[in-house]
Unconditional design. Structure first.
Ligand code: PMP
Length: 405
């Protein structure tokens, strides 16, 4: 057996092997999964914009007008009108001076953290990055790639964060960056943004907030969790994705004009990577327009999330931490999570099982992602299906997660 096969075998033995399931058609609220019609409860197409007719048409038109691809990095072969237009629209949407596009949220986080860590560091001395323990993998990888000294604070624990800042100050560090998801991608809870901004202000630190799951979903007109908290203009770099609520692909950093110029000059994932394809850019632009015309879409999404949380609680599930459209059903053991996922699919509900290393060991779960386009009846029926599927898979909702395997 080769080392590759041995590693795969080991993943299978531990219940951690992954495969891609086949889904036909666009990411609507109902899809055909491996040949079986199911309610889709795990797509980040939160507002139904990925399959919205206007968004699709905009992508098709842009392909005809500007072509399928951007050809090179915008710093090499030039920027197209459509990229500029989207950046202006995103800055207006996030109420920042400027915005700059990145290839994806993953790339944006690598680029932004790398650039800010370099800015803060004395020659030869890496900056300190303060990072929530449940931050997305791309933020974690951003810290690693920047070779930044990273202080990982307990999830959402501002006292621990303040302690870490104090310790780094005592050791002689001056600048630094606090980095957090706004909406945590696996738990659906929201970061203590007010306290973070206050700490940053007090200690002269910069802030990076990843609004991947806040953009389009929370706040007035879907402007995000930062806007909902009344903190617009107080975050140094807001990262948002175009591939989730905005239904397309790509990402952006919203910030001051000088920070935009600094990122354009120093963020390696922006400089050394081909620009977003025009169809994706035009799709995101159209999605923003639709959102502007239908500002109730995020409200509908959060109403659906509330319905789902109530229905799941009625089935005995504990979803206590979730306050948004991301609703985790933590079962603990990875094989149990897989069994629950498979059983639910057999009964027409697709909610993906999420296992380590995506989530900490012992907290495998189904991660439900709601859409504004789900109906109340669909959600009620799905919660009931999940309750029955849990019993069939050997998990008793309400009994608490079993001990980690
Ligand atoms: N940040 C967070 C919080 C995310 O959940 C994700 C995607 N899962 C990303 C960044 C990466 O975004 P993208 O999919 O655009 O690479």
């Amino acid at each position: 057996m080769s080392d590759v096969e041995a590693r795969l075998e080991e993943l299978r033995d531990r219940g951690l092997y992954r495969r891609m399931r086949h889904v036909s058609g666009p990411q609507g609220s109902r899809v055909v999964l491996d040949g079986r019609p199911v309610l889709l409860l795990c797509s980040n197409n939160y507002l139904g914009l990925a399959d919205h007719p206007r968004v699709r048409e905009a992508a098709a038109d842009a392909a005809m007008r500007w072509g399928a691809g951007a050809g090179a990095s915008r710093l090499v072969s030039g920027t197209m009108t459509v990229h500029r237009r989207l950046e202006e629209a995103l800055a207006a949407f996030k109420q920042t001076e400027a915005a700059v596009l990145f290839g994806s949220g993953y790339l944006a986080n690598l680029g932004v953290i790398g650039a800010l860590a370099r800015l803060e560091s004395d020659p030869g001395r890496p900056a300190v990055v303060f990072s929530d323990e449940l931050n997305h993998a791309s933020l974690i990888d951003g810290c690693r790639l920047a070779r930044a000294e990273t202080f990982v604070y307990d999830h959402g624990d501002v006292e621990h964060l303040a302690w870490g800042i104090g310790r780094s100050r005592a050791a002689g560090a001056t600048g630094g960056v606090i980095v957090t998801d706004s909406v945590f991608s696996m738990d659906g809870d929201v970061a203590p943004l007010h306290d973070i901004v206050e700490l940053a202000r007090r200690h002269g630190l910069r802030t990076v907030v990843d609004e991947a799951h806040g953009t389009g979903c929370l706040g007035p007109g879907g402007r995000g969790a930062v806007a909902e908290a009344g903190l617009e203009g107080q975050i140094d770099v807001l990262v948002g994705t175009l591939g989730k609520a905005l239904g397309a692909y790509g990402a952006f950093a919203a910030c001051s004009a000088s920070m935009r110029d600094y990122l354009t000059n120093t963020a390696r994932s922006l400089i050394f990577s081909t620009a977003l394809p025009p169809p994706a850019v035009a799709a995101a632009l159209a999605a923003l327009e639709v959102l502007g015309e239908q500002p109730d879409l995020p409200t509908r999404l959060q109403a659906n999330a509330g319905i789902m949380r109530d229905e799941l609680a009625r089935e005995g599930f504990d979803v206590a931490g979730s306050a948004t459209q991301i609703v985790p059903l933590v079962v603990g053991d990875p094989e149990l999570a897989m069994a629950l996922c498979e059983t639910a699919i057999e009964q027409g509900v697709f909610a993906q099982a999420i296992r380590p290393p995506t989530v900490p060991t012992g907290t495998s779960r189904l991660r439900l992602a709601l859409m504004a386009t789900h109906t109340r009846d669909e959600l009620r029926a799905a919660a009931h299906t999940l309750g029955r599927a849990a019993l069939k898979a050997g998990f008793r909702p309400g009994a608490g997660p079993p001990v980690a395997a």
